[in-house]
Every structure is written in structure tokens, then in C-alpha cells.
Design a protein around this ligand. Structure first.
Ligand SMILES: NC(=O)c1ccc[n+]([C@@H]2O[C@H](COP(=O)([O-])OP(=O)(O)OC[C@H]3O[C@@H](n4cnc5c(N)ncnc54)[C@H](OP(=O)(O)O)[C@@H]3O)[C@@H](O)[C@H]2O)c1
Length: 116
């Protein structure tokens, strides 16, 4: 059952809350960087249906870039290595995930998406 809690009972915000706020404060520039690169400079709207490779696709900029590319109808190949990063790419429904610590990224892309 819900009940009102006074500020005194609540105590300080949990540490996870403070961490989340710090993390969130980095999102703006990272999102704008991805947006500027893909939408403004890259004019991604003209590339619907094509395939894009995003290195570091689970990183601060990369995870926004992957989502922007998918929103614009591109097929996304994303690379990452850490387990949490690979997990994030699966959660973001990145189409093709390359683990750069185990796979040869260039060969994977050439063989999967060539003719080059
Ligand atoms: N964040 C911003 O606001 C911002 C703004 C402007 C420019 N930039 C530039 O954008 C780039 C990425 O920044 P970020 O903030 O997104 O960094 P980040 O959060 O550290 O992400 C970088 C990603 O690159 C991957 N990575 C690490 N070493 C790699 C390697 N040797 N080969 C391939 N992938 C590797 C990592 O994947 P794993 O974790 O799976 O290893 C990581 O997720 C940097 O050059 C940065 O200077 C960032």
C-alpha cells in the first residue's frame, strides 16, 4: 500500500540515483554528436535501406548512432567487445553484432556484406 513519506523519513537519495544523474548529464553532447554526424552532416535520410557499420556501437556516442540509424531504416552492423556492451547491442536490436576482441571486423563485414 502506498503512503506519504516525509523528507526526513526518505533520507538522502540512494547512491544509484546520484550515479544515474551523473551518467545522464553526459547524454546531451553524446546524442548531439551522433545526431550531427548522421542526420545533419551525413544526411542519413537519403540512405534508408543501406547498411552502416558503427564502431564502438555500445559506447556513449555509438549507442545513440545505432538507434538513430535504425530509426532511419538502415541495417546496422555494430562492434563491441565487453559482455555488457554486447548485451546492450542485443537490447538495441542492432542487426549484426561483431565482437572485435574475437572476430576480424573487416573480414566479417566483407564476407557478410561485400562485394568489396
Ligand atoms: N561522448 C561524447 O560526448 C563525445 C562527443 C564528441 C566526440 N566524442 C568522441 O567519440 C568517440 C567515442 O566516444 P564515446 O564517449 O562514445 O566513448 P565510449 O563511451 O568509451 O565508447 C567507446 C566504445 O568503443 C569501443 N572500443 C574500445 N576500444 C576499442 C577498440 N580498440 N576497437 C574498437 N572499439 C573499441 C568500446 O566497446 P567495448 O566497451 O565493448 O569495449 C566502447 O563502447 C571518441 O573518439 C570521443 O572522443 C565523444
Amino acid at each position: 500500500m502506498l503512503r506519504r513519506v516525509s523528507r526526513r523519513e526518505e533520507g538522502p537519495p540512494p547512491a544509484a540515483g546520484r550515479g544515474a544523474a551523473k551518467q545522464a548529464s553526459t547524454f546531451g553532447v553524446a546524442l548531439l554528436t551522433a545526431y550531427e554526424s548522421l542526420v545533419i552532416s551525413g544526411d542519413i535520410r537519403r540512405h534508408q535501406g543501406k547498411t552502416i557499420f558503427i564502431s564502438g556501437a555500445a559506447g556513449g556516442v555509438g549507442h545513440f548512432a545505432a538507434q538513430i540509424a535504425k530509426l532511419h531504416g538502415l541495417e546496422v552492423i555494430g562492434s563491441a567487445a565487453k559482455a555488457a556492451s554486447l548485451d546492450l547491442l542485443r537490447q538495441l536490436h542492432v542487426d549484426h553484432i561483431v565482437d572485435y576482441s574475437r572476430q576480424d571486423v573487416v573480414r566479417e563485414i566483407r564476407e557478410g556484406f561485400g562485394p568489396w
